[in-house]
Design a protein around this ligand. Structure first.
Ligand code: HEC
Length: 133
């Protein structure tokens, strides 16, 4: 019985440690001006998906809110995914779940917007930035 409690306790502690390690890890990388490919793909998806029409260049905010701020200060990743996929009923934010490009690039989109919110990327064109890993 004691051993069972011990192993449960160890399991809980282990999962807490791995969770916090995961939470600290950024999904993008910018090292010496080189941006990871996933963020560039996210930027392309942001533009290709038409998000900028309402959320402004680089997500800076227009009719829709500033998305860099949304993902760094307000929404969890799950909430972000849910809103992008299902939209917000009664608002101009439409569902994108039938947009294959957006759905396939959800992680990349999130990585790009997180890098914007963290202020490691400007709102402009990324195509000329050197590619990291
Ligand atoms: C036709 C305009 C329009 C387009 C296109 C659009 N959005 Fe939105 N979006 C909005 C509006 C308006 C809101 C605010 C809804 C509300 O009132 O809560 C919003 C809200 C959001 C939110 C929630 C933000 C928050 O802080 O609560 C996210 C995330 C989001 N949009 C992501 C996207 C992404 C990613 C795309 C492109 C795939 C996109 N949107 C395309 C208009 C748009």
């Amino acid at each position: 019985m004691n051993n069972l409690i011990k192993s449960i306790a160890i399991g809980v502690v282990t999962s807490m440690i791995s969770f916090s390690a995961f939470a600290d890890e950024k999904p993008y990388q910018v090292v010496d001006g080189a941006i990871s490919a996933n963020a560039v793909e996210g930027w392309k998806t942001y533009n290709g998906g038409g998000c900028g029409a309402c959320h402004g260049k680089g997500g800076i905010g227009a009719v829709g809110p500033n998305l860099g701020q949304s993902v760094t200060q307000k929404l969890s990743k799950d909430e972000f995914v849910n809103i992008v996929a299902n939209g917000k009923s009664g608002t101009m934010m439409r569902p994108h779940k039938t947009n294959k490009r957006v759905m396939d690039n959800m992680d990349n989109l999130y990585a790009y917007l997180l890098a914007r919110g963290d202020d490691v990327l400007g709102p402009g064109n990324l195509i000329k930035m050197p590619l990291g890993k």
